[in-house]
Unconditional design. Structure first.
Length: 251
């Protein structure tokens, strides 16, 4: 005869089930919270590193551009004197003889390229999105001024090449102290080329000052575009006021 037994009573209740589910849910929330905390700490570290890198790069930029501005002054002044001497010379027997001014400074002025890679890398890898909005605007303004300076340098190079084309055709040198013998029409052509070169150099120097001022503002950790103005104005004082500020400048 077969004995039939009732199934054993389960030791697990609905309360135990809900406690188990709750434990799993709490564990998942803790894991997610921990992951987000780690990510937030990582982003904060990236943000601090980006700000420090921008400040260090801007400090180098100020040093380079400030040096260029101070050294370029005597060079551009010499160019203006040379233009005036050429323009005022009177022809004798159809030939203009002019001895260019002596150099106003000693040594060669070799411009260095100011760095600007940090923000480009931040844009490429997306870390620029970690910045607060006001600081991102400051860095964008800095990048804008750097772009305008590079454009002015391209204009300056074209003007330099135009002068070289004239002096090459006339087979002469416009070095300090050189004596030139020119027909009046050749003198006028050379003066025009030198005037365009000078204007482009002044234009480029002013953009260099604007970029240097914006970089100096980053060095001093400003947090608004408006706060960059005094730093730009301070750098512009290093540039002779012979030409108007570049169109589009926003000091």
């Amino acid at each position: 005869m077969i004995d039939v037994h009732a199934p054993p009573k389960s030791d697990h209740t609905w309360t135990d089930f809900f406690i188990h589910i709750a434990t799993i849910a709490v564990g998942l929330l803790l894991a997610i919270g921990l992951e987000q905390t780690v990510e937030a700490i990582h982003h904060a570290h990236q943000r601090r590193a980006l700000i420090e890198d921008m400040r260090a790069e801007s400090e180098r930029t100020v040093q380079i551009l400030d040096s260029d501005l101070r050294l370029a002054g005597p060079e551009t002044h010499w160019e203006k004197l040379a233009q005036r001497r050429l323009s005022s010379a009177e022809p004798v027997n159809g030939i203009i003889t002019v001895t260019l001014p002596d150099p106003l400074s000693t040594g060669d002025h070799n411009s260095r390229i100011a760095p600007r890679s940090v923000l480009q890398i931040a844009k490429a890898n997306g870390t620029i999105a970690l910045l607060p909005e006001d600081l991102a605007e400051v860095y964008s303004r800095l990048d804008y001024e750097a772009d305008r300076y590079m454009e002015s340098q391209a204009d300056r190079l074209r003007a330099d090449n135009a002068v070289s084309a004239v002096t090459g055709r006339l087979d002469l040198s416009v070095d300090p102290g050189a004596t030139l013998h020119l027909a009046a029409t050749d003198r006028d052509e050379l003066v025009r080329a030198l005037a365009i070169e000078y204007a482009n150099e002044q234009h480029s120097l002013r953009w260099a000052a604007i970029w240097a001022g914006a970089a100096d503002a980053v060095v001093h950790n400003v947090h608004s575009v408006d706060a960059m103005g005094p730093f730009i104005e301070e750098q512009l004082r290093l540039v002779p006021r012979n030409e108007p500020a570049p169109a589009g400048a926003r000091p």
